[in-house]
Design a protein around this ligand. Sequence first.
Ligand code: 4AD
Ligand code: MG
Length: 470
Amino acid sequence: MSSFSRIAVILRDGQPGQTVDVRGWVRTKRESKGEFAFLEVNDGSCFGNLQLIVDGNVPDYAALMKEIGTGASIHAVGEVKESPGKGQRIEVHVRSLRVLGTADPATYPLQKKGHSFEFLREKAHLRARTNSLGAVARVRNAICFAIHEFYQSRGFLYVHTPVITTSDCEGAGQLFQVTTLDLARLAALKQEQGKPVEIDYGQDFFGKKAGLTVSGQLEGETYACALGDIYTFGPTFRAENSNTTRHLSEFWMVEPEMAFYELDDNMQLAEDFVKFVIRAVLEKCPDDLKFFNERIEPTLLASLENIVSHEFIRLTYTEAVDILEKSGRTFEYPIAWGKDLQSEHERYLTEEHFKQPVILTDYPRAIKSFYMRCNADGKTVRAMDVLVPRIGEIIGGSQREERYDVLVDRMRESHLNPDDYWWYLELRKYGTVPHSGFGLGLERTVQLITGMQNIRDCIPFPRTPKSADF
Ligand code: 4AD
Ligand code: MG
């Protein structure tokens, strides 16, 4: 137990007459003619600030007031009193105060309120001290807790899949390479020889070409095909040159994988999961969500309530394309059967046509990954994407191809070498079972639940093309 109280606890439980020991950062200071001062203090434990009243009689008052400004860290001891002012139930009348660290107003970047999120991204080491990024951090934490709670309460095993891998799960060539080969030496050799140098990955650290994982799914399937219901939850990397408000080069993905599940079971789990997480955050972070609703996205609470209180619409890709074609809308990317949906199409379906989340199934096989189960029509696969208002795709998943021969054919069709996936194929050779799974992007979920416009503000230190500072 610490000897001091977090501000969340004081604001919730503090009773008049109680002595409290407070430590935190000053958000604002207002002085009244050298007689007393108000300090708004925050310690990150909750959205609200604690109001401290420092009387002129407090030891060293004048010197302290000179040192204290926005951003300074302080330690105060005082008595809780009912607050006559508006906006807070209680305040603390300070008996003793000391400064732990000053923050020079001439250089401290977070002086005024209302900095742009672009500006704050350049101050990623300090931005968690702002109302909005502090609230994002608390909501993100509540989401992660709810994710584990959901799967643990259903008996799923948490499995750690590797970060370094030699197989490209999505087969899309978006792996960041991991190597200890001396690139400078290879470049020099190339210059000496005047021709490209043949790289021998046998000499590389792992004896073959390796990269950072784009998904833990393939390894996850091996555990599901032994233990039943599992989930992985970890960092995921994609060297995809997408500069959008919904893409990161490093993000976190939750990937449940279930033996004996077919696509309908998979869809039901995904829907229950999304609703569970939203309900948990609504319950756990009401103050943070109220702030987001008031200051960031005015439709936030209504849209979250709408998501948890309706069944997700389920329809096929083919039906969705039909709706889009008949919409009379001119899209930036015209839609036709066989094309991948763009975010404008996903948003049209969820925001305008259905006005709620939809699960699209049975996409054309040519645009989906090799591991998805082939339908008898020869044209589509048992894919499912969950699309939500404001974001578009939040979950991608499928029933997996469990038939050995069909899977080998699909790998060849996708220009993958079945030898590279020999262990994955053996799951289909020895005791194969129908199974399914999906991946939910954590940061897109944070975006959905906070209403934040840009995914870069939904992870503490975003990695995007040309940007990996901090
Ligand atoms: O649809 P994706 O690519 O599916 C997979 O990786 C499957 N292997 C998952 C599975 O079946 N186990 O990605 C899943 C989700 C997307 O719906 C999206 O929410 C998120 O991961 N995602 C990204 N989030 C942020 N930045 C990116 N670059 C993302 N790429 C995917
Ligand atoms: Mg996808």
